[in-house]
Design a protein around this ligand. Structure first.
Ligand SMILES: O=C(CO)[C@@H](O)[C@H](O)COP(=O)(O)O
Ligand SMILES: [Fe+2]
Length: 231
């Protein structure tokens, strides 16, 4: 069944290891690579932007030499660095800090955001720009030409195992309608049961955590995620 948008770039699966056994991080990562995952997705959480604390650059740096994957780019071994737009925005009604749950009204600090993009490029990584569920998609449009990927969060960031938010699909579609070749990533609650919605909206990079990590047969999950993209 052909349910994806016809001209989207090739589908890729990124395994999020947030809900894995973090004490066994390197074997969990290798298990995901063996299962056919195209990328490993590491959620660096600082306890401020999201109400959770995970790991930072030292963990990425230690992990990299233990993985049978291609050349590293950034100093710590990451190939891509995705950051959120919200810290560069004026926050709406809560008037509080730029955390992931405060609604964004706009007024993006374009210069600071562009500087962040430049800084990532100078460190030889691909650049991703993400938005949380309450952030309107049009705020990323001015940056699309300068980044490699736009991430549309399909859960409120912070934790694995949450339910997929179908109401984020119009954001994906409005990006795909404007940018035929852009890598558009969805992250949060993505499973074989809802991947058809992602495909038909035009997402081509699928982050999947719990559905892969907790499956007894993660290779089958990767295959099922990709199967809706086959014509
Ligand atoms: O960024 C996040 C959560 O903030 C994610 O990467 C998810 O944690 C993916 O895991 P599942 O939602 O698929 O369990
Ligand atoms: Fe994530």
């Amino acid at each position: 069944p052909q349910q994806c948008q016809p001209h989207s770039p090739p589908v890729k699966v990124a395994a999020s290891i947030l809900n894995s056994d973090l004490a066994e991080l390197h074997s969990e990562c290798n298990r995901m690579i063996s299962a056919g995952s195209d990328f490993l997705h590491l959620d660096v959480m600082d306890g401020h932007f999201v109400p959770n604390l995970t790991f930072g650059h030292p963990v990425v740096q230690c992990l990299r030499p233990k993985l049978p994957v291609g050349a590293a780019h950034g100093q710590c071994g990451a190939n891509q660095y995705t950051f959120h737009l919200e810290p560069f925005c004026q926050i709406g009604s809560t008037g509080g800090g730029s955390d992931s749950s405060s609604p964004v009204v706009g007024n993006v600090d374009t210069e600071a955001c562009s500087e962040c993009i430049r800084h990532i490029r100078e460190n030889r990584m691909r650049v991703g720009l993400g938005i949380s569920p309450d952030t309107p998609v049009h705020l990323v449009f001015p940056f699309v030409e300068s980044v490699d990927q736009i991430l549309v969060m399909t859960v409120h960031p912070g934790f694995g195992g949450q339910s997929f938010m179908s109401d984020m699909m119009p954001k994906v579609k409005s990006l795909r309608d404007r940018y035929a070749t852009l890598d558009i990533e969805v992250d949060g609650g993505v499973t074989p049961d809802n991947v058809a919605q992602c495909a038909s909206a035009g997402a081509n990079v699928l982050v999947s955590g719990t559905a892969l990590i907790k499956s007894p047969d993660p290779a089958a999950v990767v295959a099922r995620l990709k199967s809706v993209y086959k014509s």
